[in-house]
Write a protein that binds this ligand. Structure first.
Ligand code: SF4
Length: 365
């Protein structure tokens, strides 16, 4: 593969631009590989603005890998609650254990060693190598992928195996050998602030003279869009079973979708269930009887489906013992500290804001 310009021209321009325009972010004040690893994992599916307070609180709570490994998974999930994509938190916790037991408490200092840990792919490993150890390892996160697609005018599917082969090659060729730390931050920043998904600011771009998409007038067409099939809709009911200011919840299994998070009793509804049970039947199956009222419904979008959730309030007499089903009773105050998954946190808010209920719970804001 030949390059349309000398590769060092990219690093020279980016490094000069970064001195003037680079962002000041909390994880840029450290070379601690654990902090950098944490920031990279948080930023995989979260914006910088949303990640910053979580990053700071997480490090206050688990200042070292040893602290993270020693913490119960529940408290790690709780520190992550609201960020979504909880497999990231579970993998961090699992990887911290491996670091303590197999790597004497130190994150590996090689690409291969880092990639052996759960949740660390080639790009994250490259970022840790460059940012913590100033070693020239390429990265290819979403921002960098977009910059390279445009810089080299890649006009095919940007997620294909063929694209991967080319993009990783270019990423490797362009990475500065002299200053991989600043180069990596610079190319991340360029993607985040200049070569943005919509309306890239080519007039302010340090790579404009080299950019093939700009030269060919195809900036707006790249990266090539994939036609996405519409997300399937899953319809469920959530029963917010309440007595004496307490709600019934249970924890999902540690592994799998939304693993380790808490939720109210749920049931499938509509055409997705083989025979769609009524809300009354769901309640009976739980061994409960109570007064039912529908509070509303909400839509929650996950990466692979949309959840259409019908929210019901169920007033029962006394705390029926159904702990054999792993259910437990928690007060409204306790629920505020429990890692409920996102859709059910919204469901609880719906119930608490319902004029019929808000007085009864004396919700403290
Ligand atoms: S010139 Fe425009 S399209 Fe090309 S890299 Fe810069 S911002 Fe992106």
């Amino acid at each position: 593969m030949t390059l349309p310009f000398p590769p060092e021209h990219v690093a020279q321009r980016l490094l000069a631009w970064y001195v003037q325009q680079g962002r000041d972010l909390p994880w840029r004040h450290t070379r601690d590989s654990y902090s950098i690893w944490l920031s990279e994992i948080m930023l995989q599916q979260t914006t910088v603005a949303a990640a910053i307070p979580y990053y700071q609180r997480f490090l206050e709570r688990f200042p070292t890998i040893a602290d993270l490994a020693a913490a119960p998974l529940d408290s790690v999930i709780q520190a992550w609650a609201g960020l979504g994509y909880y497999s990231r938190a579970r993998n961090l916790h699992k990887a911290a254990h491996m670091v303590m037991t197999e790597f004497s408490g130190q994150l590996p200092q090689s690409l291969e060693g880092l990639m052996a840990l759960p949740g660390i792919g080639r790009s994250t490993a490259g970022a840790i190598m460059a940012l913590a150890h100033n070693r020239p390892a390429p990265i290819l996160d979403g921002n960098v992928r977009r910059v390279l697609v445009r810089l080299f005018a890649w006009r095919e599917d940007p997620r294909s195996r063929q694209a991967d082969k080319h993009l990783w090659f270019w990423a490797e060729e362009l990475t500065s050998r002299e200053d991989p730390h600043n180069y990596t931050q610079a190319i991340m920043d360029l993607g985040a602030t200049v070569c943005t998904p919509r309306d890239p600011k080519c007039k302010n771009c340090p790579l404009a003279e080299l950019c093939q998409a700009l030269a060919f007038g195809v900036v707006q067409q790249l990266p090539m869009k994939r036609t996405k099939a519409p997300l399937p809709v899953r319809r469920e009911v959530a029963l917010l079973v309440n007595t004496k200011n307490s709600f019934l919840v249970r924890q999902r299994p540690a592994e799998g979708f939304l693993g380790g998070l808490w939720e109210f009793p749920v049931g499938l509804q509509g055409d997705q269930a083989e025979s769609s049970p009524t809300v009354e039947t769901l309640l009976t199956n739980l061994g409960l009887q109570g007064r039912l009222s529908q509070v509303g419904s909400l839509l929650h979008v996950y990466s692979h489906f949309k959840l259409d959730l019908s929210v019901w309030f169920v007033a029962v007499e006394g705390k029926t013992d159904i702990e054999h089903n792993h259910f437990r009773w928690f007060s409204v105050e306790e629920l505020s500290n429990l890692p409920l998954h996102g859709a059910h946190r919204k469901a609880l808010e719906l119930v608490l804001q319902d004029p019929d209920n808000s007085q009864a719970f004396q919700v403290k804001h």
